[in-house]
Ligand binder design. Structure first.
Ligand SMILES: Nc1ncnc2c1ncn2[C@@H]1O[C@H](COP(=O)(O)OP(=O)(O)OP(=O)(O)O)[C@@H](O)[C@H]1O
Ligand SMILES: [Mg+2]
Length: 438
């Protein structure tokens, strides 16, 4: 099988180049950034997107993947119909990550526009038993999964005799097992081929030798786990080993969110549906996320005028659409965090990986900002909102300034909980992370 280029969220190499500050700061940061060029290729709306990750919608045929895709993606036009293998080529769409903080900041700063973070969704063809051996639409479709950063697995939990189930009955456990097994087989195949190659080849130098040794050792452990039916992500690896196996883009390394697709009538109390309960148990066993949604309802909602949507949801006993939850769960599961830049022109959410340093976070806006990083200023989101402006927060002494700056540096990355010595972002904090373009 031809190897596809996989899609990674790569943190730029760590450097602390605060003193090297001659390079930058004259460019308009709203223009194409490193990540814009890198992560959002052709769409014309991509100039507004900061860093986009890909989530792939997978599942058995005819379980509601395209219906969900069309509901989530504004103007989504994937063909969704009641027959298996309706989707053949993947459909791709961009979805905004809902974040109420964006609008609060935008109002406080009188911004002309608010630009949310976004996720790229890929609606992939249905997988069936034997896909790794070419069954159904076969290997080609596993290769589409290889290209995504995370997996949303739609699991059918609705009973409807008119909608064909490829295995004859609604059975979430068996559906999840079928998909997991295909992903496991595909990884095993990939590892076997790689091991053979590693055995034959000779490393160029001692550095490559070290890396290959780490790769071999990691692959052996992953292979064992896969043979025991466990995903590769369950195997503890050192950072060096993770890096050594990254190029294989193993499918079972990718985080999974299970999307329990329920009937309209189950939406108000999904946990009463035994199929949903089963998916809940499996998701927690497999250390994966779970979201309950009715793709059918979400798709009907998009057809309604805005004012009628709330009424419809109320009639079903729920107060909000499940899409926001789905997107936020996906975003959180990937260890992604947001910080904001805010000014009159725009308030914008930028995506970073948990654990990125302040210079790296600045580098998401523009790589020059990382190279010439000078200082970070810190303020908690709530403090900022209470103060009402950056100037007021400064006056009240709520902003901590780290290093001295005398170069007219205008990007004050304001990072709460920042370890100023090492400029490390602390995992898990960034709900309070803000940055400002003066
Ligand atoms: N929650 C639901 N309740 C009832 N019917 C649903 C629900 N979700 C989806 N369906 C119906 O299931 C059928 C299959 O949906 P869809 O085409 O989205 O499946 P798919 O997973 O994309 O299939 P394929 O793998 O063939 O592309 C459609 O008729 C759709 O209306
Ligand atoms: Mg489809």
């Amino acid at each position: 099988m031809a190897r596809v280029a996989c899609h990674h969220l790569i943190a730029p190499a760590v450097s602390l180049p605060w003193k090297n500050s001659s390079l930058f700061f004259s460019r308009n940061i709203a223009q194409t950034s490193h990540f814009q060029r890198r992560f959002s290729s052709s769409s014309s709306s991509s100039s507004k997107i900061s860093m986009t990750l890909k989530a792939g919608i997978v599942g058995l045929p005819n379980v509601g993947k395209s219906t969900l895709f069309n509901a989530v993606v504004e103007n989504g036009k994937a063909q969704a119909a009641n027959f298996p293998f309706c989707t053949i080529e993947p459909n791709v769409g961009i979805v905004a990550v809902p974040d109420p903080r964006l609008h609060v900041l935008s109002a406080l700063c009188n911004s002309q526009r608010a630009v949310p973070a976004s996720i790229e969704l890929v609606d992939i063809a249905g997988l069936v038993k034997g896909a790794s051996q070419g069954e159904g639409l076969g290997n080609k479709f596993l290769s589409h999964i290889r290209e995504v950063d995370s997996i949303l697995q739609v699991v059918r939990c609705f009973e409807d005799n008119d909608v064909v189930h490829v295995n004859g009955k609604v059975d979430p456990k068996s559906d999840i097992d079928v998909i997991n097994l295909e992903l496991v087989f595909s990884d095993l195949d990939q590892i076997e081929k790689r091991m053979e190659k590693l055995k034959k080849g000779k490393p160029k130098d001692s550095q490559s030798n070290l890396k290959e040794e780490a790769e071999k050792s990691a692959l052996e452990r992953i292979q064992q786990a896969l043979m025991d039916g466990k995903p590769a992500r369950s195997v503890p690896l050192t950072d060096f080993e993770k890096d050594a196996v990254k190029h294989l883009c193993l499918l079972t390394v990718k985080p999974i969110v299970y999307v329990a697709n329920v009937a309209e009538s189950d939406l108000a109390a999904p946990e009463d549906n035994p199929h949903v309960k089963e998916v809940m148990n499996l998701a927690s066993e497999l250390q994966s996320g779970l979201v309950t949604i009715s793709a059918q309802v979400e798709s009907e909602l998009t057809e309604l005028p805005l004012e009628e949507r709330t009424e419809y949801l109320e009639s079903l006993g729920v107060d909000e659409s499940g899409l926001g939850n789905l997107i936020r769960t996906t975003y959180g599961l990937l260890g992604l965090r947001t910080y904001f830049t805010s000014g009159e022109k725009e308030t914008k959410a930028w995506t970073i990986l948990a654990g990125m340093t302040a210079p790296q976070a600045a580098g998401v806006i523009h790589s020059d900002f990382e190279k010439g990083f000078i200082r970070a200023e810190t303020v908690a989101y709530n403090d900022f909102v209470a103060a009402g402006s950056f100037a007021a927060a400064r006056e009240k002494g709520l902003i901590n300034s780290s290093l001295e700056v005398d170069l007219g540096f205008v990007l004050g990355l304001a990072l709460d909980d920042l370890d100023l010595e090492g400029s490390m972002l602390v995992d898990g904090l960034p709900s309070r992370l803000m940055g400002f373009q003066a």
